[in-house]
Design a protein around this ligand. Structure first.
Ligand SMILES: C[S@@+](CC[C@H](N)C(=O)[O-])C[C@H]1O[C@@H](n2cnc3c(N)ncnc32)[C@H](O)[C@@H]1O
Length: 469
């Protein structure tokens, strides 16, 4: 029998993220958890992504959250990294204007000094769009402006810098952050690509202000996490791309230019305030348990030398929500990762030696998950199944059928019943295996608007031999 949760926590308004489980929690994951894990137990969100599941669970359980992407860990920390005893004092100490405004203004003014003419031109284009004057002449002018900008990136040769960007030469030719320069990563890497120019200056200036939160402030670290998380939310929903950063829009169609202009009207400073309030609200409404933790690593690093998860005493459940397809998150969300690390990474170059349109960091800076590799995905599932079974915890897996890479691999290898094969695989480690399905329309991760089943695979009663192997 399924138990109803008494007072369901509110869902956090998450970043735009492929595979975020916001729609799967109400009435589905919620019911499974109510049945499988008693309140006060330990919930491990092994790949927490947008953090929406961790945040939701923090109202009922001690939550241990992990993801290999740094932006994801920052977001999870901002949502669940709170103590019941100090949470309210922290929330009352939040004051974005007092904490960030001075350094923001300083950095913005210094950056604007390099981009005066270009900012003015952009403001003209966006204003015309807002007033409904985005006609053919507008599109031709905006396209030309964006073309001139598309050739710019850190380290670019002086000859490639056209008007109105020539005054930015000193920043662009440095190629990386140079002591004494204003914070300029988003501006030099992404302006007029994934964000507008004004938005990029805002992004850098907010980021600089977050780094500079007063060292004497007792809440410094928590505030920095909170504001950075709010900035990541704001950046995520302001991308000039569709809903991620896998590639910038093409400039050929007028409709694309208009879609871009619309996004570029978003004021990132206002959006930061909105998301800061939204995160604070989620935190305020959560009744926390002591002992939440957030990790930022490949899940393998959380295993001991015997390949076992070491969990706190008491009932525990591991939730595995891996990538479903061959698309790596580090490609779709590289911009969020770079904004988080703010380390001016080297950018990948194409065969001709130029920077790629997508402005991806070189592969050394991008994590590639074996859940996205057809040859390795089964091995990854096995590793998690073994590690969880050996720890004595339950395991709940989110996956998608028939689009999940592992299921496609099973079909390719000969199985006409991929779900049965998944059940058998889980059965190697757990006695109890149940597969629940929820039909849904799916978009993102490369498969747009097709009917699929969202699966929850519930694994309980680990075989004792899993402990020994
Ligand atoms: C489907 S998303 C998770 C979505 C999340 N449950 C939510 O509701 O937003 C998959 C996540 O797995 C993470 N990931 C992939 N391979 C990983 C690994 N080996 N270790 C840790 N995290 C990994 C990705 O960074 C991504 O955030």
């Amino acid at each position: 029998m399924m138990r109803e949760t008494k007072s369901a926590p509110r869902l956090h308004r998450s970043i735009w993220y492929m595979g975020a489980k916001s729609r799967l929690i109400p009435g589905f994951l919620e019911r499974v958890l109510a049945d499988e894990l008693p309140p006060g137990g330990t919930f491990v969100d092994l790949m927490s992504g947008s953090g929406v599941v961790s945040a939701w669970c923090a109202g009922m359980y001690r939550v241990i959250s992990n993801d290999v992407q740094s932006y994801s860990a920052v977001i999870a920390r901002s949502l669940i990294g709170h103590s019941p005893g100090t949470r309210d004092d922290f929330l009352s100490a939040l004051d974005p204007e007092a904490d960030l405004a001075r350094v923001y203004e300083e950095n913005y003014a210094r950056l604007a000094g390099y981009y005066e003419a270009a900012l003015e031109e952009e403001a003209g284009f966006l204003d015309a769009y807002e007033r409904g004057r985005a006609d053919e002449a507008w599109a031709a002018g905006y396209r030309e402006y964006l073309h001139a900008s598309a050739a710019l990136y850190p380290g670019v040769a002086e000859a490639s810098i056209a008007e109105p960007f020539r005054s930015a030469l000193p920043l662009l030719s440095d190629g990386e952050s140079v002591a004494g320069n204003p914070a300029c990563l988003a501006t030099t890497y992404y302006s007029n690509v994934y964000f507008g120019l004004h938005q990029s200056l805002q992004l850098d200036s907010i980021r600089a202000a977050i780094d500079a939160v007063d060292e004497g402030d007792p809440w410094r670290e928590l505030k920095q996490t909170h504001y950075l998380s709010a900035l990541l939310h704001a950046a995520s929903v302001s991308t000039s791309g569709t809903s991620h950063f896998a590639q910038p829009r093409h400039l050929s169609k007028d409709s694309e230019l208009q879609a871009m202009a619309k996004r570029r009207l978003t004021d990132l400073r206002e959006s930061l305030l909105e998301y800061s309030a939204a995160i604070a609200q989620t935190v305020r409404e959560t009744v926390f348990t002591e002992g939440n933790q957030v990790f930022n690593s490949d899940y393998r690093e959380l295993l001991d030398e015997d390949g076992v998860f070491q969990l706190p005493e008491g009932p525990g459940l591991v939730y595995l929500d891996p990538p479903y397809t061959a698309d790596n998150y580090s490609r779709f969300y590289h911009v969020l990762e770079v904004i988080t690390r703010y380390d001016y990474p080297e950018l990948k170059r194409g065969r001709s030696g130029g920077i790629l349109r997508g402005r991806y960091p070189v592969l050394a800076h991008r994590f590639r998950s074996d859940f996205c590799s057809p040859a390795k995905v089964e091995g990854e599932f096995r590793m998690v199944l073994r590690a969880v079974a050996a720890s004595g915890a339950k395991l709940v897996i989110s996956y998608s059928s028939p689009t999940g890479l592992l299921l496609k691999e099973f079909v390719r290898q000969d199985s006409s019943e991929p779900l049965e094969r998944l059940r058998r695989l889980c059965g190697e480690f757990f006695e109890g295996v149940k597969i629940l399905k929820r039909p849904t329309m799916h978009s993102g991760q490369g498969d747009s608007n097709i009917a699929i089943d969202e699966l929850l695979v519930i694994c309980s009663r680990p075989h004792s031999r899993s402990r020994a192997s």
